[in-house]
Write a protein that binds this ligand. Structure first.
Ligand SMILES: [Zn+2]
Length: 631
């Protein structure tokens, strides 16, 4: 796909949990707990007018759903602030300092005074009905592979409560996550391809980690994407948790917008109008389906639901059109029906016969007055819900004539997206009066300077040119939790030990041991340094590093581990080589000495691995085999 020609524009919003001492607006510990004593209480939220007097449509809708929110408040990780029973405490300065450090790295303009704003939250994930957010800096940029990408804003905000489960109209949330400080970095829509989106996200993620002040692991970083193409619409995609799928999410969104534009053009060609679509009325078709053999129909009718249908004029073939892998235009309509009416889904004529609905199809078409090019949508639900659902379907179908609707969507794990809610209006923000503004002081700026991340591109260049590290290892190193240690040791052993050995040990070996289930917490920085000292002094072969560290993890000291592994004895390599050759004399003579190098190496290394450097063994084997050859 030629993304430039399509006019692709992508902006990223990266949300990363900060690793601070306390939560943003109270003094609770900012981490998650599994088991804890907890209090449980419930709330219903209602939308309030903003200071401009507007009620947010999405907020109003959530309220209309009549949901009750059950909050689980773990005593060790929440207080009256999370329960919204006590005013927020002053904002956490450490969080602001981390944001200032990022602002410096992006050359952003830092505000003089940080003001706390309330952003309306409409899904119950916040007990107060809003999220507090603070703008810290704006108008910066980041250089990614030679291109400047604008960083529009840097904010600090509170994380939402985490959803545990949904049971009918009851939604359960846990309050440990509520109030954990997040940094929100929003780029300008300067990104022009899916791959670039991924690279920019990776780069910003790397820089965040280089402050050493952010949390790690799944769920600690989330990215939202704004994607649009020429003639399409700005779509906001929420909650991409894995960096690896960002390019896919963008690519699939481009496909979706293109397909929606194709559908628009086809509908125009077929000559259908908005009025024609919107004037369609819901028709009761329960009697047609009352003796249906279809299991889902039977189950629905038995539960008291009815069967209702609506004609979509000239939509035949379009409802079944794939807009994203595994998702059809009909799926988009179903999302709307689910969202606005809470129904389980819809059935559309392009997918019929299916679900055991067969001979009834023609009869429904006849009842609705469908002609050759017309389609219909069927909903199995009680009358009022069905009416809402089909109204939503009809309205979404009418928007198809305009192309792509402005929506907020949620990312699925496979990179496709689903409708989440309409795009919220500007009425969602208003000032928080319970928390005084914070003046940015010289002292805060000084502290920020101390944790300001180095420029990753420059770091990688330094590691590659001065320390001769391959690019992939340099990248891996700067993204590692143990970057500090690796960087210090690479510098320390420069000229004595190849940097790849250092990075492999600090980054890969520890990770591999961890994967084997070994408790690497016992391996301290000093242990790693001591082992590398031995390797640098030529006392231990680099191959022995994992075995020594394994022993250390089991509680041994480095010295003891070396003794236990028998690495402290002088080894007569030549003697071992000669013994092996003697043992396999017949085989070697059969092959010829020259062609036996690999064979002999394998046998000798089986005995000496970890004890002697492979290079020394290779030299000795070569020497002895040459002697044999010349004999
Ligand atoms: Zn608290």
């Amino acid at each position: 796909m030629n993304y430039e020609e399509l006019g692709l524009r992508v902006g990223l919003e990266i949300h990363q949990q900060l690793d601070t001492e306390r939560k943003l607006f109270c003094h609770c510990k900012p981490d998650l707990v599994e088991e804890d004593e907890e209090d449980v209480f419930q709330r219903r939220l209602r939308p309030v007018r903003s200071e401009l007097g507007e009620v947010d449509i999405a907020a109003l809708f959530e309220w209309k759903k009549g949901r009750t929110y059950i909050y689980h408040a773990p005593r060790s990780r929440s207080c009256l602030v999370e329960a919204d029973e006590e005013p927020p405490h002053e904002a956490d300065r450490e969080s602001i300092i981390i944001a200032l450090a990022m602002a410096k790295a992006f050359n952003s303009k830092i505000v003089d005074e940080v003001h706390v704003m309330r952003k309306m939250v409409i899904d119950g994930s916040n007990t107060s009905g809003f999220q507090r957010t603070m703008l810290v800096a704006l108008e910066g940029s980041v250089n990614v592979d030679g291109k400047e990408i604008g960083i529009e804003t840097i904010c600090v905000e509170e994380d939402a409560a985490r959803k545990l489960k949904e049971e009918g109209k009851f939604v359960h949330f846990k309050l440990d996550r509520l109030g954990i400080p997040l940094i929100e970095i929003a780029t300008a829509p300067d990104i022009r391809s899916p791959q670039e989106a991924k690279r920019v996200a990776l780069r910003i993620g790397q820089m965040l980690r280089l402050t050493r002040k952010v949390k790690r692991g799944i769920g600690t970083i989330r990215q939202d994407l704004n994607v649009s193409i020429e003639g399409g619409a700005k779509t906001e995609i929420k909650g991409v948790q894995k960096l690896e799928i960002i390019d896919k999410v963008v690519e699939y969104e481009v496909i979706r917008q293109l397909k929606l534009l194709e559908i628009r053009d086809e509908l125009k060609k077929r000559g259908v109008t908005k009025e024609e679509i919107l004037s369609q009325l819901m028709t009761d078709v329960t009697d047609i389906l009352k003796d249906s053999k279809s299991k889902i129909v039977k189950r629905a009718l038995k539960s008291g639901a009815g069967a209702f249908a609506i004609k979509l004029p000239k939509f035949k073939g379009l409802l079944g059109k794939e807009v994203q892998p595994g998702r059809r235009f009909g799926t988009e309509l179903a999302d709307y029906a689910r969202f606005w009416a809470g129904v389980g889904g819809i059935i559309h004529s392009d997918e019929l016969p299916k679900y055991g609905i067969t001979e009834e199809v023609e009869e429904i078409k006849e009842r609705l007055g469908c002609e050759e090019q017309d389609a219909f949508v069927l909903v199995l639900a009680p009358g009022p819900e069905a009416r809402e659902a089909l109204k939503a379907v009809k309205e979404r179908a009418a928007v198809a004539l305009e192309g792509v609707p402005e929506e907020t969507r949620a990312a699925n794990p496979d990179g496709t997206t689903r409708f989440l809610r309409p795009r919220p209006g500007a009425a969602r923000m208003y000032p928080e009066t319970d928390v005084p503004p914070i003046t940015i002081t010289e002292d805060m700026l000084k502290k920020a300077e101390a944790i300001k991340p180095k420029n990753p591109a420059e770091l990688i260049k330094e590691l590659m040119t001065i320390y001769k590290l391959p690019k992939d290892m340099a990248e891996k190193m700067i993204s590692s939790v143990r970057f500090d240690l690796a960087y210090r040791l690479v510098k320390k052993y420069h000229g004595k030990l190849h940097s790849t050995i250092v990075v492999r040990t600090v980054v890969d070996t520890l990770k591999e041991l961890e994967r084997e289930g070994i408790e690497v917490e016992r391996i301290k920085d000093e242990h790693i340094e001591e082992v590398l000292d031995k390797v640098a002094e030529g006392k231990v072969a680099k191959e022995a590093i994992p075995d020594i560290l394994k022993k250390v993890a089991e509680g041994s000291t480095v010295e003891k581990a070396i003794k236990e592994l028998g690495l402290d004895k002088e080894i007569d390599v030549e003697k071992v080589v000669r013994e092996v050759i003697e043992k396999y004399k017949d085989e070697i003579e059969k092959r010829g000495a020259q062609r036996s190098f690999g064979f002999v190496m394998g046998k000798v290394m089986a005995e000496l691995r970890g004890k002697v450097d492979g290079k020394v063994v290779a030299q000795t084997v070569k020497k002895v085999l040459e002697e044999m050859e010349n004999r």
